[in-house]
Write a protein that binds this ligand. Structure first.
Ligand code: PMP
Length: 376
């Protein structure tokens, strides 16, 4: 056996032993909250399609039309010949939605954060990132070469201490946080973060991947990034910011410059979805209302977003609970380290406007039955 395969097998065996191995499961998503796995229809609570727009006929029609007109792929990077009309139209609409001068669409949210962070700060600069920030913050920070410090999750006092201690030594400073945290569903104290940033001359980047269209935004940051892949039901990423910042990143963000433009059909789908988000506020309010119905039923702290973590501790326990729910017809994938901290493996229950009240009550009842501790 080659040393390469031996290395892979040995590492996989270690992951298996710790219940941390990941395996792909073929999943066929249907309309609404249906997911088919191994020939079984399940009600999915593990999808980020918060408003059920990925299958909305208006979104699908917009994508189909753009597909026929512009083709399946962008054909080149944006700066070469990949800057197709749906991408430009989407940027205008995203900027208007967020109230910024302009916007830039990236290939994905992950690519957006890589390019934004490494395009704006570098060696000699300081990055302060919430300890529960998404993996792409940390990847972008590493790529940038800036000194990177984590502040305790949502802890303004710790952030203030770190700024006081380290800001003076750095040329520029950037604070990275999320409007809604992806694995905990709680929200950053943005007013406080923006005030500290102002006092210490630091820039703030807010990741709105899980907030757009489903929570009241509250304060806006000068750098608001997000994804087209969750509420907007499509694929791609974006940054909304001032004209100078966007112009600079158009030249400097490596994950923008050196990669093929987003397929025009993906942009057209996101644009149609954004229209629906703005036109149908009652739809946008529904996932949070359902999440609150769920937390009330289980006696959990009131949901702050459509994401509710049911923390069980060990990876093995989370896998067992997920399997037991699957046997009852619910798909709730276990979230394990390193996605979350060791000892905090969980089920991440995500609600969609497409869920019915009856489905929410049914999963709450199943969880109460399977894991009485969740109701404690
Ligand atoms: N930021 C956060 C907070 C996310 O949860 C995700 C997706 N899991 C991303 C960024 C990356 O977005 P994308 O899927 O578009 O790459």
């Amino acid at each position: 056996m080659s040393s390469l395969d031996a290395f892979a097998l040995d590492t996989l065996a270690q992951l298996d032993a710790a219940s941390l191995r990941r395996r792909l499961a073929a999943t066929e998503r249907g309309d609404g909250t249906l997911a088919r796995r191994a020939g079984r229809d399940l009600v999915s609570f593990s999808c980020n399609d918060y408003l059920g727009l990925s299958h909305d006929p208006r979104v699908v029609a917009a994508a189909t039309e753009a597909l026929a007109r512009y083709g399946a792929g962008a054909g080149a990077s944006r700066l070469v010949t990949g800057n197709h009309p749906p991408l430009i139209a989407l940027e205008e609409r995203l900027a208007a939605h967020k109230g910024t001068e302009t916007a830039l669409v990236f290939g994905s949210g992950y690519l957006a954060n890589l390019g934004i962070v490494s395009g704006l700060v570098g060696a000699g600069d300081l990055i302060l990132v919430d300890a529960l920030g998404h993996s792409c913050f940390f990847a972008g920070a590493k790529l940038s070469g800036a000194e990177t410090l984590r502040f305790r999750h949502n802890d303004l006092a710790h952030l203030a201490t770190l700024l006081g201690k380290h800001r003076g030594k750095a040329r520029r400073a950037m604070i990275l946080t999320e409007r809604v945290f992806s694995m905990d569903g709680d929200r950053a104290p943005l007013d406080g973060i923006l005030a500290l940033a102002e006092a210490h001359d630091a820039w703030v980047l807010v990741d709105d991947a899980h907030g757009l269209g489903v929570v009241e935004p509250g304060a806006r940051a000068p750098l608001e990034m997000g994804t087209l892949s969750k509420t907007l039901g499509s694929y791609g990423g974006y940054l909304c910011a001032s004209r100078p910042v966007i112009d600079l990143l158009t030249c400097r963000a490596r994950s923008f410059v050196y990669t093929t433009g987003l397929p025009p059909a993906s942009a057209a789908a996101a644009l149609a979805a954004l229209d629906i988000v703005e036109a149908e506020p009652e739809r946008a309010a529904r996932p949070l209302a359902l999440a609150r119905r769920f937390t009330a039923r289980l006696g959990l702290p009131e949901a702050q977003s459509p994401i509710v973590p049911v923390v069980v501790g060990e990876a093995e326990t989370a896998l067992a609970l997920s399997s037991a729910l699957e046997a009852r017809g619910f798909l709730v994938v276990a979230i394990r380290p390193p996605t979350v901290a060791t000892g905090t493996a969980r089920l991440r229950v995500a609600f969609s406007a497409a869920h019915s009240e009856a489905q929410v009550d049914a999963i709450a009842a199943a969880l109460a039955d399977l894991r009485p501790a969740a109701t404690a």
